[in-house]
Design a protein around this ligand. Structure first.
Ligand SMILES: Cc1cc2nc3c(=O)[nH]c(=O)nc-3n(C[C@H](O)[C@H](O)[C@H](O)COP(=O)(O)OP(=O)(O)OC[C@H]3O[C@@H](n4cnc5c(N)ncnc54)[C@H](O)[C@@H]3O)c2cc1C
Length: 1031
C-alpha cells in the first residue's frame, strides 16, 4: 500500500476492501470484476491504471469469489485483438452451465471503437455466448486540446449502434453497485458500464459501505437466481428494471433506470448523463428546489435499453421545458446545427410518443468541456448555489513541478488529514506534462460527511505552491476564496519579492486579501543543504502549520515520520528537528498595499488540463527548442503548433480533401516465411472528419523510401535542407516551398518508371555527346525494343538513368520539372464506418520483385504502407467507387474476391451484420474467395466463419487453388451453387461483384452466363448489378 503522487492510499489488498475504506472508484470496479469473472480482458494502456489492482491481486495469487484465480488477459488496445476475444466468448466450453459468471473487459472509451465489431456480433449472437460485461472508463486523449477528456459520447454512440446495454456510475459511492448491476445485466444482453475516467476513476476518497468480495459474489449469485424467475418473455428493459429492483432490495438502495431530483412540480427539467454534470445537477436541483425554484433533474442511469416508459415516469407531470445536456465528439459537433447528442435523440423520441406537452432543447457540450457549478446553474436558468452547504468543507490546492521529491507531499498530507481530522478526505492529482516540462496540480477536500463532488475546486481555503516558477504560467489564486492562505515554497528573499514574484501573483494576493506564507527550507536550521526528503517533510509540516494552526505539530511528528519512511523511527529525530525549527523558515509576508496596483500583462489559466496520468519522463522538449538547424526550425513548428500557427496539413499542395490519419495497427496476415506479404492496416480517423461510404476506396499519399532519398541526395551533391519551389502537378498553377529532402520524399516520383519523354528531356542536359545521342535514340521509334526491355525487364528508375548518364545533370529545380509528381495509390476500404466509426481499414499486398541484376525492387506505396508503425501519420483522401450496395437492403449480394479483392467485401458484410443487429431485414449474402492456400492466405477467415455461423453470410465458397492436387478456383465454387446463384440474381434481383486481379474475369463471367444466360449478364451490366473493380 505505497503512497504515490497520484494515489495516497496506493493499491488496497483484496481482502481489505470492506466497510469504510479509502480507495478509488477504479479499484472498486476491479474488485467486482475480479470477484466475479473467470477471465478479465484488460485493454489498459501504460499509465491509465485500469488494471493495476487486478494485476497485483492476480500476481499475488488471490483467489476470487469462486475460489478461482481469474485469468488476466492483457490485450493490445490498439491492435485488432477483437477477433480473439470474440472467439473466447463463443468458445465451446460452456461457462454458463458450470460457472455462471461473465467474462469481464476493462477498457477506456479510447479503445471502445476497436471493440465495436465484437459488440455488434455479440449482441447478434448473444444467446450462444458467455455473458459479457465491459467496465469502461470514459477517457480519451484529445490531440486538438492536448488533454485527457472524459469521452462518454463514443460509449453512447456505440450502444446505439450495437444494441448492447449501457449504464453509468456517477460517483465512487455507487460504482461498486453499478459494476455488480452491469454484471447482472450481462445475463440479459452484453453490458457496458461506463464512468468518468479522468476525474471520478482516479480520485481517492472514503467509501463507507464497501461490500467485501464475498458479499459481491453472494449478492450476484442470489440475484442471478432471482433473475431466472423473471422469465425470458419480458422485454430487455423490463428485465433490467427488475434486476435493479432486486438489487435495491438487497442493498437497501434506491436506484432507478432514470432518477429524478428536484421540485415535485417542476416546470423545467434538465436531463443528464455522466458523472460531473450529474452530481452537480442533482445537488443543484436539491438545493434550488428547496428554495422554491420549480426545477428538477433526470439523471439517466440506464441509457440502453432506453425505456421510454421509465423515462416518462421519472418526469414530473408539471414539466413544460426539457433541456437535454448531451455530450458530442468535439467543438465542431457542438457548432454544427445538424449534429444532435445521442441522448437528445432518445429523449425527443420518448416525448414524441407521449402525452407530455413540453419543449425540448438540445444543450450540446464537447468531450473537452470541464463543468463548473456555475455552468450547471446556468443551464437550469438559476442563480449559483452553495454545493457544500452545511458540510464545513475545507479545500486545498497544491501546485508542484514534475516528479520532484515534494511531488508526493500532497498525497501524504491527504492521508495525514484523514487520520488526524476524523473528516472525510478526497484527493485528486492532475498531470500536465506539456507545461513547464511537467506540472502537477492536486486537490484535497475535507468534509464532515461523505460528499460526492468529482469536479475541480473553485473556492480553495489554502493554496500551496511548491515552486515559484509556476507563478509565471498559472493564476494559482484563480480558484481560491477571498482570504485564502497561500503557502509558497521558495528561496527568494523578502527584499526581492517585489522584483521576483510575478505581478499577476502579487496583484491576486492583494485582490483576494490572501494571507501569504513563504517557506524557505534553507533557513530551517544549521544544516542548510536540506535533502530532498527533509524538504518534502518540511513542506508537509509547513502546510499543517498554515492550514491547521490548531494542530499540535510535535504530536503529529510520529505520523509524519511514518508517512515518509518505512523505518519511521530512523527519521523521527529529523522530523522533530524540523518541527522545532519550522518558525525559522516559515514566514508570514506583510503584503504591501502597492501589490493591488501591480500591472498585469496577461491573464493566466487558473487550472491545468490533464494530459497524462503520471509525471513527465520526457525531459527533452526544452533542449530541442534551443537547436538552430533549419530542420529543427521546422520541427519546432510541429512541436509547438499553436505558437507557430502550423497548419495541420502534411501535403498542402494537393487539391482534393485530404485527411491526416494515424496508424492504429499494422499486422501481417500471411506467415513471415510466406512469399507474399499481405497485411491488414487500420487507421484512426478520430477528429479528422473523414467519412466514407461502403465500397469506397482510400487514396493514399505514400512517401518515397527515406534511405533511397538520402542516398540520392549524397550522390547528386544536394543540400537536403535547401528550400525549393516545387510545382504541384495536380494543380500546375500552384507551387509550394519545401526543402529538397521533403520534395524528394513526398512530391517527386524519382523512383518510378521513366517514360520516353524523360529520356528526351534528359538528353537536353547531357554534355557528353555520346550520352545525348543514346538518350535520344532510346526515346525514338528506333529504340523501342531497347526502351521496352529497360522498362519491363530491367525495371529501371529515374535515378538509375541519372547514374547511367553521368553528364546529364539537371539542377534540382529542373529535375523537379521533368520528373512527374508522385501519384496517390488507391485501396478499397475494408471496413464499415457504422461498425468502426473512427477507423478505416485496408487489406494490402506488398508489391516487390527482383530485377535481372539481382536488386530487390518494391512498389512505392505498398513498401511505405507495410513499414508504417502504430502512431505514424499518413495523408489520405476518399475516392468514390463503382462498388455500391444495391438500393434495397433485401436484394441479395454475390461477391467474388481474389486475394486483396476481398477488402471491399469485408466492408459489405460488416455493414450487413450491423443492419441485421439493428433489426433491419437483409438479403442473402454469398461470398466467394480465392487464394492459394488456406493455411497462409485465408484472409479474415475467422470473421467470415463467424458471420456464416451468425447467418449473415448465406453461402461461403472458399477456393484455395493449391490445397489439393487439382486447381480449384472461384469460378468452380460459384458453379457448385448455380441454382442458388440463379435464384439470387434472377428472382431476388441481386447484384454480383468481382474485385481483385483481372485474370479470372472471363471464367467467372462464363459461369454467371450459365446461371442467368449471356443476355442476363448483359442486362445485369446495364442495370449496374454486375460490378467489377479490378486492378
Ligand atoms: C480502385 C482500386 C482499389 C484497389 N484496392 C486495392 C486493395 O484493396 N489492396 C491492394 O493491395 N491493392 C489495391 N489496389 C492496387 C493499388 O492501388 C496499387 O496499385 C498497388 O498496391 C501497387 O502500388 P505500389 O505503389 O506499391 O506499386 P507501384 O510502385 O505502383 O508498382 C506497381 C507495379 O508497377 C511496376 N513498376 C513499378 N516501378 C517500376 C519501374 N521503375 N519500372 C518498371 N515497372 C515498375 C511493377 O510491376 C509493380 O508491380 C487497388 C487499385 C484500385 C484502382
Amino acid at each position: 500500500m505505497s503512497t504515490t503522487a497520484a494515489f495516497p492510499w496506493g493499491v488496497p489488498a483484496y481482502d481489505s476492501l470492506s466497510g469504510p475504506t479509502y480507495l478509488t472508484a477504479q479499484q472498486l470496479v476491479q474488485q467486482v470484476g475480479y470477484a466475479l469473472a473467470s477471465k478479465i480482458y484488460s485493454y489498459s494502456s501504460e499509465g491509465d491504471d485500469l488494471d493495476t489492482a487486478v494485476a497485483q491481486w492476480n500476481k499475488e495469487g488471490v483467489l476470487n469469489g469462486y475460489g478461482r484465480l481469474p485469468v488476466l488477459a492483457k490485450m493490445q488496445s490498439r491492435s485488432g485483438a477483437g477477433a480473439m476475444v470474440l472467439g473466447d466468448f463463443f468458445s465451446i466450453e460452456d461457462f454458463k452451465q458450470k460457472y455462471p459468471a461473465p467474462h469481464a473487459v476493462i477498457a477506456s472509451t479510447q479503445t471502445l471503437a476497436t471493440m465495436q465489431p465484437i459488440l455488434t456480433q455479440l449482441a447478434l449472437l448473444y444467446s450462444a455466448a458467455t455473458p459479457f460485461v465491459a467496465h469502461v472508463s470514459a477517457s480519451d486523449y484529445s490531440a486538438a486540446n492536448a488533454a485527457l477528456v472524459a469521452n462518454y459520447a463514443s460509449a453512447l454512440y456505440a450502444a446505439q449502434e450495437t444494441g448492447v446495454s449501457l449504464i453509468s456510475s456517477s460517483s465512487a459511492h455507487e460504482i461498486q453497485h453499478m459494476a455488480l448491476f452491469a454484471s447482472l445485466i450481462s445475463s440479459v444482453t452484453p453490458a457496458i458500464h461506463v464512468y468518468d475516467g479522468v476525474r471520478l476513476a482516479r480520485e481517492s476518497c472514503q467509501v463507507v459501505d464497501v461490500l467485501d468480495a464475498a458479499a459481491v459474489k453472494r449478492t450476484y449469485t442470489q440475484l442471478i437466481q432471482a433473475q431466472d424467475a423473471v422469465g425470458k418473455k419480458v422485454d430487455a428493459a423490463e428485465r433490467i428494471s427488475k434486476i435493479l429492483n432486486n438489487l435495491n432490495s438487497e442493498l437497501g438502495t434506491n436506484y432507478g433506470l432514470f432518477e429524478y431530483e428536484g421540485h415535485a412540480e417542476a416546470e423545467q427539467v434538465l436531463v443528464v448523463f455522466g458523472s460531473t454534470e450529474a452530481r452537480i445537477a442533482r445537488r443543484a436541483a436539491a438545493e434550488l428546489s428547496k428554495a422554491g425554484q420549480k426545477l428538477g433533474v433526470v439523471v439517466v442511469r440506464v441509457y440502453r435499453p432506453f425505456s421510454d416508459k421509465h423515462f416518462l415516469e421519472a418526469l414530473p407531470a408539471s414539466v413544460k421545458k426539457v433541456s437535454v445536456l448531451g455530450q458530442v465528439a468535439d467543438k465542431d459537433a457542438v457548432a454544427q446545427a445538424y449534429t444532435q447528442s445521442a441522448l437528445y435523440a432518445d429523449v425527443v423520441a420518448a416525448l414524441a410518443t407521449s402525452s407530455v406537452n413540453a419543449s425540448v432543447k438540445d444543450i450540446k457540450y464537447s468531450t473537452e468541456k470541464v463543468f463548473t457549478i456555475g455552468d450547471i446553474a446556468d443551464y437550469l436558468g438559476a442563480p449559483s448555489f452553495d454545493f457544500f452547504a452545511g458540510e464545513e468543507a475545507v479545500q486545498y490546492v497544491h501546485w508542484d513541478v514534475d516528479a520532484t521529491a515534494t511531488a508526493a507531499a500532497p498525497a501524504k498530507v491527504a492521508k495525514l488529514l484523514s487520520e488526524v481530522s476524523g473528516k472525510n478526505v478526497s484527493f485528486n492529482a492532475v498531470f500536465d506534462n506539456l507545461s513547464q516540462a511537467g506540472i502537477i496540480q492536486t486537490e484535497i477536500r475535507s468534509t464532515k460527511s461523505v460528499v460526492e463532488a468529482p469536479f475541480a475546486i473553485e473556492n480553495a481555503d489554502v493554496v500551496v505552491v511548491q515552486d515559484a516558477k509556476i507563478l509565471n504560467s498559472y493564476d494559482v489564486l484563480g480558484a481560491a476564496k477571498e482570504g485564502a492562505k497561500v503557502l509558497l515554497r521558495t528561496s527568494i528573499k523578502d527584499a526581492d519579492y517585489e522584483k521576483k514574484l510575478p505581478a499577476g501573483f502579487r496583484r491576486a494576493v492583494a485582490a483576494k486579501k490572501a494571507e501569504l506564507y513563504v517557506l524557505n527550507v534553507a533557513e530551517l536550521g544549521e544544516k542548510s543543504e536540506a535533502s530532498a526528503e527533509t524538504d518534502a517533510v518540511a513542506l508537509q509540516l509547513a502546510f499543517l502549520k498554515v492550514a491547521r494552526p490548531e494542530l499540535d505539530l510535535a504530536g503529529a511528528a510520529e505520523k509524519v515520520a511514518a508517512l515518509n519512511s518505512e523505518d519511521a523511527k530512523s527519521i523521527l529525530p529529523a522530523v522533530s528537528k524540523i518541527v522545532e525549527n519550522l518558525a525559522k523558515g516559515l514566514n508570514k509576508v506583510e503584503v504591501p498595499a502597492t501589490w493591488a496596483e501591480a500591472e498585469v500583462a496577461q491573464e493566466l489559466p487558473t487550472t491545468i488540463r490533464a494530459n497524462s496520468t503520471e509525471a513527465n519522463t520526457e525531459k527533452e522538449i526544452e533542449e530541442r527548442v534551443g537547436e538552430t538547424s533549419k530542420w529543427h526550425e521546422a520541427a519546432k513548428g510541429l512541436l509547438f503548433k499553436e505558437a507557430y500557427e502550423t497548419k495541420a496539413s502534411i501535403r498542402p499542395d494537393l487539391p482534393e480533401r485530404n485527411f491526416i490519419v494515424k496508424v492504429k495497427s499494422n499486422k501481417r496476415l500471411t506467415p513471415a516465411d510466406y512469399d507474399r506479404n499481405i497485411f491488414h492496416i487500420e487507421f484512426d480517423t478520430t477528429g479528422t472528419g473523414l467519412t466514407y461510404e461502403i465500397g469506397e476506396a482510400l487514396g493514399v499519399h505514400a512517401h518515397n523510401d527515406r534511405k533511397e532519398v538520402e542516398d540520392f541526395i549524397d550522390f547528386y551533391g544536394l543540400d537536403a535542407s535547401e528550400l525549393v519551389n516545387v510545382p504541384s502537378r495536380e494543380d500546375p498553377a500552384y507551387t509550394e516551398t519545401r526543402t529538397i529532402f521533403q520534395a524528394l520524399l513526398q512530391n517527386i516520383d524519382l523512383f518510378g518508371r521513366p517514360g520516353k519523354k524523360f529520356y528526351e528531356q534528359l538528353a537536353e542536359f547531357a554534355t557528353d555527346e555520346a550520352e545525348r545521342k543514346q538518350l535520344l535514340t532510346l526515346a525514338s521509334a528506333e529504340g523501342t525494343t531497347e526502351f521496352k526491355r529497360r522498362a519491363e525487364v530491367d525495371t529501371i528508375h529515374y535515378v538509375d538513368l541519372l547514374h547511367e548518364f553521368k553528364s546529364a545533370r539537371p539542377a534540382f529545380g529542373q529535375l523537379a520539372q521533368i520528373v512527374p509528381p508522385l501519384k496517390r495509390r488507391e485501396y478499397s476500404i475494408a471496413s464499415s464506418q457504422k461498425v468502426r466509426p473512427n477507423q478505416v481499414d485496408l487489406l494490402v499486398v506488398a508489391v516487390d520483385w527482383r530485377d535481372p541484376t539481382g536488386r530487390d525492387r518494391y512498389g512505392q506505396a505498398t513498401r511505405y504502407l507495410s513499414r508504417l508503425e502504430i502512431g505514424d501519420e499518413l495523408v489520405v483522401s476518399v475516392k468514390p467507387s463503382v462498388m455500391k450496395l444495391p438500393p434495397k437492403d433485401t436484394q441479395p449480394i454475390i461477391m467474388a474476391g481474389l486475394g486483396t479483392g476481398l477488402a471491399p467485401f469485408r466492408a459489405f458484410v460488416e455493414y450487413r451484420a450491423w443492419q441485421a443487429a439493428q433489426g433491419i431485414e437483409i438479403g442473402k449474402v454469398f461470398l466467394y474467395l480465392g487464394s492459394r492456400h488456406r493455411r497462409e492466405e485465408y484472409l479474415f477467415g475467422e470473421e467470415w466463419e463467424a458471420y456464416l455461423d451468425a447467418g449473415i453470410i448465406t453461402i461461403l465458397g472458399c477456393a484455395f487453388s493449391r490445397d489439393q492436387p487439382q486447381k480449384v478456383y472461384i469460378q468452380d465454387k460459384l458453379e457448385e451453387n448455380l441454382v442458388d446463384v440463379k435464384e439470387a440474381l434472377l428472382e431476388g434481383n441481386g447484384s454480383f461483384y468481382l474485385c481483385g486481379p483481372t485474370w479470372p474475369v472471363p471464367a467467372i463471367t462464363e459461369v454467371l452466363s450459365k446461371a442467368v444466360t449471356r443476355n442476363g449478364v448483359e442486362e445485369m451490366k446495364e442495370e449496374g448489378r454486375y460490378v467489377l473493380e479490378v486492378y
